[in-house]
Design a protein around this ligand. Structure first.
Ligand code: NAD
Length: 279
C-alpha cells in the first residue's frame, strides 16, 4: 500500500511560509502585487483565476484583475502587458491560458518581462532553466519537486521517467529532475513499449493527459507515482492520468487527484511572486 503524498497539506505549509515572508516584507514597506489577466469567460479559466486570487488574498499579495472580452485584439492585450511591465507596483504578470484562437500565445508570453514572468513560460525563463541559471521555474514541475523533497523522497541517482513532453509540464519536469541528479527518461506518444520504459522508474511522473491510462502494468513495485493529469469523469468526478485504485496497492508513494499536484501549482505561483519581489 502506497504512502499518500498530501499535496493539500504541503501546499498549505508553503503558503504559510510565504505568508510570513510577505508580512515581514510589509513591515519593511514592501508590497507584493500580481496582475492577473483573463481573456474571455471560459468557466475552467475562471475557476483557476479565482483560486489564484484567493491564494493571493490568503498570503497577503495584492492581486489586480484585468478581464478582457473574448474579442480583444492582440495589440490591445500586448499593450496592457507592456504597461504592466513598466509599472513598479506590479511584481508579477499572469496571463491565464489558453487564449482565444485569434491571439498568438507565443507572442503574448514573449511580451511579458522576464522579470515578472511568474508562470516561467517566457523563452528567457526556459533558457535559464536549461542552463541552471536564476529564473522563474514553471509552477507545476517546480511543485512536484517540492512534493518529493518535502516527502523525503530521494531524487539523486533514481530512475525517473516522465510521460509527456509538453512545454509546461513534461520538458521542464525532466530538466528539474535532472538538476536534482535523477537519471531521466522522457517518453511521449511515439515511445515504443511505454509500459516497459515506465516499469524501470523509481519515480514515475504521468503528464499524458489521458484519464486513468497509467495502470499497475506501467508501475514497478514500490515506485513513487506522481499524477499530473486533471480530468472529469462521466460522473463529473475529478480523476488523473493514473488509475489510482489499481496502482495504489503496489506503489511506494502516490499523489491523489484531487489533492496532489494541483494545489502545488498555485503554491509555487505564489512562491514565484514572492521570490520575484525579493530580487
Ligand atoms: P499535453 O496534452 O500538452 O501533453 C501531453 C503529452 O503526453 C504529449 O507530450 C504527448 O506526446 C504525450 N502523450 C499523449 N499520448 C500518449 C501516449 N499514449 N503515450 C505516451 N505519451 C503520450 O498535456 P500537458 O499540458 O502536459 O498536461 C498533461 C495533463 O496534466 C493534463 O491532464 C492536464 O490537464 C494536466 N495538468 C495539470 C496541471 C496541474 O496543476 N495539476 C497543470 C498542467 C497540466
Amino acid at each position: 500500500m502506497a504512502y499518500v503524498i498530501d499535496g493539500k497539506k504541503i501546499s498549505q505549509e508553503i503558503k504559510d511560509e510565504l505568508k510570513e515572508q510577505v508580512e515581514a516584507l510589509k513591515k519593511d514597506g514592501k508590497e507584493i502585487a500580481l496582475a492577473v489577466i483573463q481573456v474571455g469567460t471560459d468557466p475552467a479559466s475562471s475557476v483557476y483565476v479565482g483560486n489564484k486570487k484567493k491564494a493571493c488574498a490568503y498570503i497577503g499579495i495584492r492581486s489586480e484583475s484585468y478581464e478582457l472580452p473574448e474579442t480583444v485584439v492582440q495589440e490591445e492585450l500586448i499593450s496592457l502587458i507592456e504597461r504592466l511591465n513598466q509599472d513598479d507596483k506590479i511584481n508579477g504578470i499572469l496571463v491565464q491560458l489558453p487564449l482565444p484562437e485569434h491571439i498568438d500565445e507565443d507572442a503574448v508570453i514573449k511580451a511579458i518581462s522576464p522579470a515578472k514572468d511568474v508562470d516561467g513560460f517566457h523563452p528567457e525563463s526556459v533558457g535559464a532553466l536549461m542552463i541552471g541559471q536564476q529564473g522563474f521555474l514553471p509552477c507545476t514541475p517546480a511543485g512536484i519537486i517540492q512534493l518529493l523533497k518535502r516527502s523525503d523522497i530521494e531524487i539523486a541517482g533514481k530512475e525517473c521517467v516522465v510521460i509527456g513532453r509538453s512545454n509546461i509540464v513534461g520538458k521542464p519536469m525532466a530538466v528539474l529532475l535532472l538538476r536534482e541528479n535523477g537519471t531521466v527518461t522522457v517518453t511521449h506518444s511515439k515511445t515504443k513499449d511505454l509500459k516497459a520504459v515506465c516499469k524501470r522508474a523509481d519515480i514515475l511522473v504521468a503528464a499524458v493527459g489521458k484519464p486513468r491510462m497509467i495502470t499497475r502494468e506501467y508501475v514497478k513495485d514500490g515506485a513513487t507515482v506522481i499524477d499530473v493529469g486533471i480530468h472529469r469523469n462521466a460522473e463529473n468526478k475529478l480523476c488523473g492520468d493514473v488509475d489510482y485504485e489499481d496502482v495504489f496497492p503496489i506503489a511506494g508513494a502516490i499523489t491523489p487527484v484531487p489533492g496532489g499536484v494541483g494545489p502545488m501549482t498555485i503554491a509555487m505561483l505564489m512562491n514565484n511572486c514572492v521570490s520575484g519581489a525579493l530580487h
